[in-house]
Design a protein around this ligand. Structure first.
Ligand code: AMP
Ligand code: MN
Length: 325
């Protein structure tokens, strides 16, 4: 995709990403925003997103995001949905629906494309890498590079996950040549945790339960505990990755309570279990090794429902192994 070609006649351009924005969502949205402001000086560009975590305040112009989702533009000439299909745009969905041209850029395998123009590549490490591919490299600068780099490191776990491809590393290498302090950026946006985040991580690990002969591990944080630590959902990021690091585990589940009988569930796999399929089955989505879904019921209802699906997949993968050996 050549992004400039797609927006060349637009007077108004809107950009948004998914609810509860993560690093790739913020990085791709802000990277595209900074790029379009520079590449299309005649257009009015507006960006809508829930307030990003404080760690992302190092990104240029992050304070220009319309976190209240208001604008006087009635219908955008072009509207971008990044890192998600339109169903998780939250309050920005109405701007996407009302736009003259809708563009969807994403790397989630569960997204079938919801725009007039779709650039969906489930093999890409991140939406930020797709934005990098779509921009005119002559327009790149330190601030755009930094935003896209943040997106890439967050969705690849700093180039650790299997979604890291040679093209990802080439893009990252090129981005680092713009001179920002990448080492500091990785530390401050990815590894550094607040005291509360570390405490609640410890609590979740301490209370985790192994099941299915040690192939699965689950942990949960309820509303009472979140209140006790004064934690917000963003403070829980990374817990599920730590659970997945348990030796022998094929599938890790972390959930936090969002209502009396509702939980936000994060699923991570070490390859044998396709968690995108499981999350999609219950109305969520994501990638083969990292997916999410919001589910109704008690903690035990949810575990029962999920483990039935995980078991089917583990049996399938065992069958495939014995067939191939
Ligand atoms: P999370 O467990 O929330 O960190 O999400 C893991 C991956 O799945 C991320 O790439 C999310 O964007 C995606 N994801 C999470 N929840 C959903 C959902 N309800 N629908 C579609 N994708 C999701
Ligand atoms: Mn992403």
């Amino acid at each position: 995709m050549n992004i400039c070609e797609e927006v060349k006649d637009a007077g108004t351009i809107g950009i948004s990403g998914h609810i509860r924005p993560d690093g790739d969502c913020v990085g791709s949205v802000m990277g595209l925003y900074l790029y379009l402001k520079k590449a299309c000086p005649g257009a009015r560009v507006e960006v809508f997103l829930e307030k990003p975590a404080d760690i992302f305040s190092c990104i240029r112009s992050v304070q220009e995001i319309h976190t209240d989702f208001t604008t006087d533009i009635e219908s955008f000439d072009v509207f971008f949905s990044l890192d998600t299909a339109k169903n998780r745009l939250g309050e920005a969905e109405k701007y996407f629906d009302g736009a003259k041209k809708k563009i969807n850029i994403d790397h989630h395998i569960s997204n079938k494309g919801c725009g007039d123009v779709n650039y969906i590549d489930s093999k890409a490490s991140s939406t930020s890498e797709l934005i990098y591919n779509g921009i005119d490299k002559a327009m790149l600068d330190e601030e755009i590079a930094k935003a896209l780099y943040i997106g890439i490191i967050h969705d690849t776990g700093v180039f650790q996950y299997s979604n890291t491809a040679p093209s990802t590393l080439r893009a990252a290498a090129e981005l680092t040549s713009y001179g920002f302090d990448f080492s500091k950026l990785i530390d401050e946006t990815f590894y550094e945790k607040s005291y509360v985040q570390n405490q609640i991580l410890g609590r979740a690990l301490l209370e985790s339960i192994m099941f299915m002969d040690g192939k699965c591990v689950v942990s949960m944080i309820d509303r009472k505990t979140m209140k006790f630590y004064r934690a917000v959902p963003q403070d829980l990021e990374g817990i599920v990755s730590q659970l997945r690091n348990t030796r022998g585990v094929e599938c890790a589940i972390f959930m936090y309570q969002t209502d009396t009988l509702e939980y936000k569930v994060s699923l991570r796999s070490n390859g044998k279990v396709n968690v995108a399929e499981i999350a999609s089955f219950f109305g969520g989505g994501g990638h083969v090794r990292a997916a999410g879904v919001t589910m109704p019921g008690t903690f035990y209802d949810i575990i029962n429902n999920l483990s039935a699906r995980i078991e089917i997949q583990l049996k399938e993968s065992e069958k495939n192994v014995s067939r191939n050996s």
